[in-house]
Design a protein around this ligand. Structure first.
Ligand SMILES: [Zn+2]
Length: 135
């Protein structure tokens, strides 16, 4: 028996009978979920970029993972803020304390405007800002 035949036997039924429209539904669900996250983040971040404090329209706001996905961060609401594209690029994959050590102004705004982020992120930001200003 070919390997392909073996696979067909062990695969669960649901993954075989999938119609193309299922993928589209999933995509729509993902898009709606993302939009809901963005709305919530906008509300929680005072409709501003949490780093430069610029007021943002919904379409120019980007979602930033405070603790970057590339460094093990998650999609949890407490790790999501709104940022302008410029600050999001500037931050890149830096950890929050690395970013705030380099740009204390961003940390100060973050402490002020990222109202719903995880408490530990806020505490870290406060510490990074005071260290940067003390240096
Ligand atoms: Zn910004």
């Amino acid at each position: 028996m070919s390997r392909r035949g073996m696979l067909r036997v062990v695969l669960p039924r649901s993954s075989r009978g999938r119609r193309p429209s299922d993928d589209r539904d999933r995509h729509l669900q993902f898009r709606d979920a993302k939009r809901a996250l963005k709305h919530a983040a906008m509300r929680d971040c005072c409709r501003r970029c949490v780093y430069c404090a610029e007021r943002l329209a919904l379409e120019e706001a980007t979602l930033d993972h405070v603790y970057p996905l590339a460094r093990g961060g998650t999609h949890a609401a407490g790790n999501l803020v709104t940022a302008c594209a410029r600050c999001n690029r500037l931050k890149g994959d830096m950890l929050p304390h690395e970013f705030f050590a380099r740009h204390p102004w961003a940390g100060a705004n973050f402490v002020r405007y990222a109202r719903a982020v995880h408490r530990a992120l806020k505490r870290g930001a406060r510490r990074a800002v005071s260290l940067a200003y003390a240096a």
